[in-house]
Design a protein around this ligand. Structure first.
Ligand code: PEP
Length: 250
């Protein structure tokens, strides 16, 4: 049975003390919540990992990136081993902001995925199309290429450590959410793709998140769809109350 997950992606927001306070508030709310039907993750900047880890236990920790090299002379980079040594369980890879602003390629992401897994991290792997690609009707191909190119070299055992996040670029931070039907269509497509490669059991066991202007007011409708197993949340993860409004939408 696959897990439901709601994961925050704080991006480049909050100082360390602000981040610790936010994580503390989320942990307290999760602790006080009666019966949550999902795992809760906070994805935080590298600088925050250790301090945030100290104030959470029910809430899981994710980094927002890791390097595509193991170690060595890569000034400013942070390796998967370094991330894992903070106690983080997950790393978010392939976010469209990293693909777009930092030119992360399918090949680089393949390296990052391998390094993350070999260091014991689970991966939240983002994929999604731009508005132009959707208008041109190439969105299925874009998603297929991103998933196949960076993940399909994994064996089934390795793939069990992957969570997919479908994030249409046109819905990220724009206030424009994909409709629940649009999201479900892509999630079902992704699950079919996984079934073709790894079989129906692996496909059924894979958590597929939706991301893109998800908020307390639309989360329940999205999460009610059969192939939507939770969300990757940007803006709304920066306020504990909003984030918990999504967490409790299941
Ligand atoms: C994201 O960046 O992963 C995201 C989903 O952002 P937002 O929720 O702000 O659209």
């Amino acid at each position: 049975m696959r897990k439901n997950i709601v994961a925050g992606n704080w991006k480049m927001n909050t100082t360390v003390p602000e981040g610790v306070a936010l994580a503390h508030a989320v942990e307290a709310a999760v602790f006080a919540a009666p019966e949550l039907k999902c795992e809760v993750i906070v994805g935080v900047p590298f600088t925050h990992l250790t301090a945030v880890k100290n104030v959470i236990s029910k809430v899981k920790l994710a980094a927002e990136n890791c390097a595509d090299h193991k170690s060595g002379a890569y000034t400013g980079e942070v390796s998967a081993a370094m991330v894992a040594s903070t106690g983080a369980e997950y790393v978010i890879l392939g976010h469209s902001e990293r693909r777009g602003y930092y030119n992360e390629t399918i090949e680089m992401l393949k390296e990052k995925v391998d390094l993350a897994l070999s260091n014991g991290l689970k991966v939240i792997f983002c994929c999604g199309e731009s508005l132009d690609e959707r208008k041109a009707g190439t969105h299925f191909d874009v998603i297929k290429n991103e998933i196949e190119g960076s993940l399909f070299h994994l064996n089934a055992e390795e793939f069990a450590k992957i969570v997919i996040a479908y994030e249409p670029i046109w819905a990220i931070g724009t206030g424009e959410t994909a409709t629940a039907e649009q999201a479900q269509e892509i999630h079902a497509f992704i699950r079919g793709l996984l079934a073709g490669k790894y079989g129906t059991q692996v496909a059924d066991d894979t958590t597929i998140l939706y991301g893109g202007s998800c908020k307390p007011s639309n989360a329940a409708e999205l999460f009610a769809k059969p192939d939507i197993d939770g969300g990757l949340i940007g803006g709304a993860s920066l306020k504990a109350e909003d984030f918990m409004g999504i967490v409790t939408a299941f």
